[in-house]
Every structure is written in structure tokens, then in C-alpha cells.
Design a binder for this molecule. Sequence first.
Ligand SMILES: [Zn+2]
Length: 375
Amino acid sequence: MALINYLTKIQFDFGAVETLPDELKALGVSRPLIVTDAGIVAAGLAARVKDCLPGVTPVFDGTPPNPTEEAVEAALAVYREAGCDGIVALGGGSSIDLAKGVALLATHDGPLEQYAVILGGMPKITPAVAPLIAVPTTAGTGSEVGRGALITLRDGRKLGFIAPSMIPKVAVCDPELTLGLPAGLTAATGMDALTHCIETFISPRDNAVADAIAIDGAGRAMKWIEKAVADGADRDARWNMMMASLQGGLTFQKGLGAVHGMSHPLGGLKDPVLHHGTLNAVILPAVLRYNAGHVGDKYERLAAAMGLPAGADLAEAIEALNQRLGMPANLRAMGVIDAVIPRMVEGAVADHSTASNPRPVDAAGYEALFAAAMG
Ligand SMILES: [Zn+2]
């Protein structure tokens, strides 16, 4: 039996940030904390959002590249000190996930670890989670409509905190905020969106609603990603990549797969710090090959939706796309060393995404996949 929830309220178009005051009011939030990072502040986007809001809005701009337990606690201290009663998450997946952690601990006793999904934490996360509005500034993560946050604990484990109450109350998707995103980040985050749509579509769980969203999103991402990378000011490309990203987020509650099973522990490394979208782009071809023969006719359907010629090899098409986008050739080129692989295999086996990979994958399977992705 499938449980299907779609999902939360979404404001989507150029100018959507102007809806923030009304949406906060509707949620009964009178003193929001903006959770973001220093780059977003430097790019003027925090000021753009603050200008929409009445009064002086406190800002936490200390979101690290991959959200950590320490940063959740630092933001929570600002939230409490400023007497906040809700959160506006402004940024990429890291800021949104960090804000989810703050919204959780603002109303639930610590430590954070007890709420991790693989430790049985899901039922402990109640609807008391503080109200959160997510405003993405990248087109890729989908976290603005996602039920989960990925946060690295002090001991280095990158764990998923997943529950229906973690979904932002409103997603405000304004493609205007992505116009200044550099080409490299546009490519990396866009590949995350494409990976969400592909992994979800081939996941074996029954959710035809998610499948329909996923295949449309995969086609849309494929059609527009290179245009958005080539010309960041192309408003149609930005609108469509933000839509593909949203679609990825709307569909991935069906369950992701081994690409994310591998990119989650890699994203928990402190050195080198690795970008989630870049990791997925680099890992995706190996996982597509591993899953071949376990997906029915889904590769053919994806290839058709993505505008590939009949008989095209999906893994090869992704490799060619990666190359055109300037993605690294493999994990080794990203600075991953062999010594960390056993720990990464362990993390991948334990990851919540592994259960919904179309072909069962155990430690030996992940060893082969990491070997392929290392190059
Ligand atoms: Zn992802």
C-alpha cells in the first residue's frame, strides 16, 4: 500500500518573495529568524528578503557548506535570544536543512541524534516543529518541499531527520533569486535535481503520482540545465530549473537510491568538503549501470522524456552531459582518497536511501559502485 501526501503550500514565480509577509502572518509568525549563509548575505539576497518584511529581522548567516549539529545549536541560540517564533530559510539545501534542524530543536528536547530516522526518531518528531518557510536560492535541492534534513553530527555521521512535520509550511520559489548563481553551482545543483527525478522514477516503490512528476522533471532538467549554465540571466531557463528542482523535491518522498546512499556519507567528510550535487552527477552513471536490468522499461521511458535518441545509453548520456557541464570525471578527481572508502561503504549501507534502490545493494555492491565511481 502506498502513502501519498502532496505535500505543502507552494508560491512559485518571479516575484514570489513578495508573498512572504502574508504567508508569515497566516502562520502566526511575528518574529522570524532568517537562516542563511554568508554568501547569500554578500550576494544581497538576505537584504532582498529583509526588505519585504516589516521591522528589523534577525539573521543567522553561519550555515556551513554541509549543515552540522554545531551550526544548528548556534542558530538555535540566536533564535532564542531574539525571541523568534518562526524561521525563514534562505539559501540552498544546507540553509534549508539547517533551518529544519533549528525548527525541530526549538520545540523538541535535545540531543538532535535521537530524532535520526535510522535510529527510530521519526515518530518522536511531532507537529510542534516551529513554523518554517523555505526560500530556495539554488535550483536543485528540493529541500523546500522535503520531509527531511541531512545534518552531520559531532561524531561525523551525516544522518537524515525525516518526518511529515519537517516539511516547510510554505515553499516560496522565486527564480529571480537564482539569476546570480554562478555557472558551476548552477550545474552542480541542477544535476542534483536531475538525479532526484531519475532516482525516484526508477525506485521500485508504487507511487505513480511521484513517477509522473519525476519523469516530467527529468525531461525539464535535461532540456534546460545547459541553457541555465550557459546564460545565467536566461529567465526561462532559471524558471524551468527551479521547477525541475521543485519537482525533484515533490517526488523524492517516494524514495531515492544508491546515488544518494553514496553521496550522503561522502558529504559528511570534513576534508575534502564535497558538494552534494557534484557528487550525485559523478556517481549517477555507475549506479545507472549497476541498476540496469532491474528497472523494467524505465530507462527507455526516461531517455524518451529526456529527448535522447532511440536506443541511447542513459549512463553514457549522463557522462556526456557531465563533461559538457565541466563536472569532475570521477570521485578521485574530487579529492576522495581510497582510505576513506571502507567507511563510506559502511555509511552507504546504513543510509536511508539504500532501501529504495531498484537493485538490492549490500556492502559488496557498494564496494563495486565506489570502485567504479572512483575511476
Ligand atoms: Zn540530492
